[in-house]
Design a protein around this ligand. Sequence first.
Ligand SMILES: C[S@@+](CC[C@H](N)C(=O)[O-])C[C@H]1O[C@@H](n2cnc3c(N)ncnc32)[C@H](O)[C@@H]1O
Length: 917
Amino acid sequence: MAALSVAIGAQHGLRSSGAARPAAPARTQPDESLSKSLTGCFALGAVAAVHRKRSLTLREWRGERTMEINYYQLDAMKASNIRKKTETMLEEGAAVLKGCAEESAQQKMLLLLSSPAVKELLVAMSRLPVFSHEFGLAFKDDLTVLSVLKQLKYFWSLSQSHLAILLERLAEQLRLEHAAAFQSLLQELAESDDHVVAIKDLKMPEAVRAFYGENAIHLEAADPHGVFPTSIYRQCDGLTLATEDSATIESVMSTTITTTIKIARDVLQPSNRLLFDVYKPLGRCVAVVDDKVEAHFGADLEKYFEINGIEFVKLVFSGNEVDKNLSNVEQILLALKENWQARHEPVLIVGGGVIADVAGMACALYSRNTPYVMLCTSLVAGIDAGPSPRVCCNGFSYKNLYGAYHPPALTITDRGFWRTMHPGQLRHGVAEIIKVAAMADLHLFELMEKWGKETVATNFGTLGGLDDPAFQEVCDLIIGKAMEGYVRAEYGNLWETHQCRPHAYGHTWSPGYELPSGMLHGHAVGTCMGFGAYLSYKEGWLSEVDMHRVLKVISDCELALWHPVMEDTVSVWKAQIGIVEKRGGNLCAPIPRALGESGYLNSLPERLLHQRMHEYQELCSKYPREGRGVQEHSVDVGLEDPMSKKDSIRDADRCVVTPMDRVVVQLGAASQSTSGAGARAIGEAARIVDGIDEMVTKYSSQPSEALKNVSKRTAMTNPLWAELMGQGNTSRLMEAEMISGQAEAQLLQLLLKLSGGKDVLDIGTFTGYSSLAMAEAIPEDGTVVTLEREQEAKDMAKANWIGSPHASKIESLVGEAHDLLICLAAEDKSFDLVFLDVDKPGYFGLYQMLMDKNLLKVKGLLVVDNVMYKGEELSGTELTKNGQGAQALNQGLLDDPRVQQVMLPLRDGVTLVYRES
Ligand SMILES: C[S@@+](CC[C@H](N)C(=O)[O-])C[C@H]1O[C@@H](n2cnc3c(N)ncnc32)[C@H](O)[C@@H]1O
């Protein structure tokens, strides 16, 4: 690297600063040959001049003089000159266009490029530091002009239509009377295929080419960004200081990235220019589109590009939290490669926060960085994830474990897309607005206090209040302010080089419990913001009144202040340890110091955390819904619980619960040894197979609140089971994955409703899901007898049923199923429906007891789970004991003339057995 720096420096000129330096450590005196070879290294440029001028003193030779390497030599800029030159160019350009009205569009462009004022402006712009503070501030009162001038610097590499768009925009802003002339140039150009030809490739008169060619040669040395840019959105700079013998080099490097953010309406109306201006000059648009957005707006997207004559390549990917993994990033990378995505061509990303993260990360990785335009279709994307420089994905069950810093070149937020959002998904996005408001913008906070409820109720003015212009303005204002607050806080700390980040409010403790709780991100943030506000009050920062204002606005927007997962304060403490590590050894927890002002809490000892959390729980219990959010879980809004799937199809440790899991794992392994189209096809196949359970869950009736609660609580039990097993309190290691779940519960409920059964036997209680589901479906005088070997599981199930009006229908017995069946038979019990879901080796024996002892009534129904046992028989591998148990029952049923049965490929296979006699 050092050699490279010096070589660049030699090209661009080294200057000896001659700064006084502390004495260098003693070194051996270089011999003459070394001296010669070092001089030889600096054969070019100013260094050679320095060496030639006089011979070095020994002191100097030992490295006590410093060489400064200048990378770029940009012209000094004077805003008034640029403005004047621009206006003259517009005048002269319009006159040129008027004088050649009959010429072809290409000829018009050539005549323009030959005009002195155009030449002068373009060359001047190409030599200016257009990304500098000074330049930005000089044009701060006209951001359109600023944006155009930043691009004009690259005119030599831009396509004809791109340059025409820039000239048209300048005319609209500065010389409206000439705008029509430039507009018609653009229209004419856009109609020919040649509009994508770059200025540098036009066949221009020799003198004109020589003029621009000379500038290009100047730029090669002075500022290569202007002549050979990688893309028009990034520049680098640096300062390298080297001792004269090059033994020590000190350097700083920086990258400057330009970005534009627009809050707009009707972006997909074909006449809207936002996407046109980016993609028309490129001739095509490669887009990564969220599959749910595709369902609603896919046709509009296609129409937009078709009408505007832009080739459109649409790559549709799933954008659920559960899909936020490296495997999906890789699939996007493959798709980009297959479509010859170029490094200067911004990818269009259309969707919400997850697709912004995953596809944004793919762009960060593709050719090390490829620009992208973010078209935000959700609230979270629109004000937070969309313009965010952080792109990321989850890994090893940790949120955002992998990532990069790669902001979009253009972010577009159009509220119109939100009309199709699930209200629950929109609601949780509101947390991000409250976050900005409480930490950085009192005015925005007051707006949320006044309008928060209504914005949530109307999907931000897209499903209501459409005829109320004042409300529409309020909606835009809230979004604009939230966006501005976000950008203000984040863009000065793009690479998170320090941790004073107001935007991490609500993100300190919740990362530890968000995934296990199954909460939507915004609700998890809500709970964490509420806790943060309480801590602030306890610190003496927020007044009690203001603390309650924060809690109230969260609660009014129907977000969660509290979730039972937070009762596990040990896990919350672990989350704090993790976050301290992530924040470079500091807690640095952003919490409001006053309303609308940021503060940072840097210490919260463990005991105090436990205490504060309990106090906070008490406080939340007095809020509506006892602090709980409305539709607070992913499953409540039709999304899969992020914990229900492991991260990657390539994850060899993926928990194989069903035959589908086995297929997905196999496909994952296959995709590792394949690339290109093969890997993509395998990935697609894996996604389809993997999506079957999700689809079944999505389109089957949703479980009751009580059942949802059982699955949530069960999802958190794995560490507990390990502990209980370690203490000898269970006979074997249990796992949360043993739960039957929603689809099977729906099946059981439907069977009971269809058959009118009321005496039910549930063999294998676990945490009580199937028993409660069946209890919900039987009449008031019905009974569910449930059997369980483990006392701990029985206790847990009982606790899970508390609060359900159907709990009283359940009779829970503990012991070996075999023994308990003997007791039930002795009591002459018999059942309309039996659900068999215990250790598989005992299946056939238990079945025989059910039949022989008439525990299953004639005309009764037996439902058996796991009859495909993880696809073992299908895979042809040697069967485990469980696999053998399932097979024995399957064969036994086939051989038993008393029953009629059907095996359904639902999850791990469910067989319905009707007892004929
Ligand atoms: C797959 S889980 C049951 C899941 C439950 N039906 C549900 O809906 O979530 C199996 C349960 O049966 C219990 N079990 C396994 N073999 C048993 C046996 N032979 N006798 C009694 N209980 C048994 C296990 O302890 C475990 O809690």
